[in-house]
Design a protein around this ligand. Sequence first.
Ligand SMILES: Cc1ncc(COP(=O)(O)O)c(C=O)c1O
Length: 343
Amino acid sequence: MTGRKSFGSDNHTGAHPAVLRAIMEANAGDAVAYGADEWTGRVTTQLRETFRADGGAFLVLNGTGANVLGLSVLLRRHEAVICAASAHINTDECGAPERLVGTKLLTVPAPDGKLTPELIAGQLGGRGDDHFSQPGVVAVSQSTELGTCYTLAELRKIADFCRASDLRVFLDGARLANAIAYLDCSLAELADCADVLTFGGTKNGALGAEALIVMGAGLAADVPYLRKQQTQLTSKMRFVAAQFGALMRDGLWRDNAAHANAMARRLADGVLEADGVEVVYPVQANAVFARLRPRHVAALQQRWTFHVWDERASVVRWMTAFDTSTADVDAFVADIRSTAAAR
Ligand SMILES: Cc1ncc(COP(=O)(O)O)c(C=O)c1O
């Protein structure tokens, strides 16, 4: 750590003060455990109504747990998941879907991290052949791991294709808020394109709160049991609910995401003209992916925290968060520009 603002991840940031206040307020006396408390009741009703999710909202502790739970709700035992090769479920969850759900991931190299009906169709060859794991679910991330967003039209196309092809849609929304802020649409409009989705709080100001949103009432019956089996039913659920309560109040979740996105935009614009810096994906959420000369990456890492995304291609990832300030971005941009100018 350098003491400066980290551009390493939106997980590096602390919790939003309103979230901490809400936790303090919920810390008043005793409350019934395991989600039978008033905070959980209130916020899951609010989430259910906001998403227009007949199956309801279920709070969990982290994104990997939300993904595993969501996939387990949608999959039969012999079924596989089609996803982009860059999907978090494929690259960053230590094989949790394979190990805990017992599924196979059918991964597709996808430009900008986004699937299309054509890419999905290319994975359906083994259908009806009992030697093949049968594709049952398509998993998309919104926003994607590469900082891009599906448009609503793109997602609807995928949803229509999946509904016509007997495939269910799972949406990893660890950064759903950033996508909504970018698209300027409602949570319900986006959720309409999925069967089950996650709504991330942790990267958006919470300190450990994610929600699983189940669109169809018919899918919801098993969720409480699966959540408990998968160790995601926390006893002091009121504190998870209180975090979401704070984010949902007056659209704080949206403001946080819009701010993080604006800081990524500012960063990308700031390096646009810099010689030797190339932004490699469209900047639509709160991440900037850029190619720099390897020695410039090394020099910047002496002073700043960020990830090298692809060492061979010398591509780095810079992430912003709800608490990244314009001064943080401007100082970083100035250093990137002067470092890149040194040949
Ligand atoms: C797209 C996406 N999904 C899921 C997760 C999982 O979150 P967690 O680290 O809380 O398990 C992450 C975390 O970085 C993510 O980027």
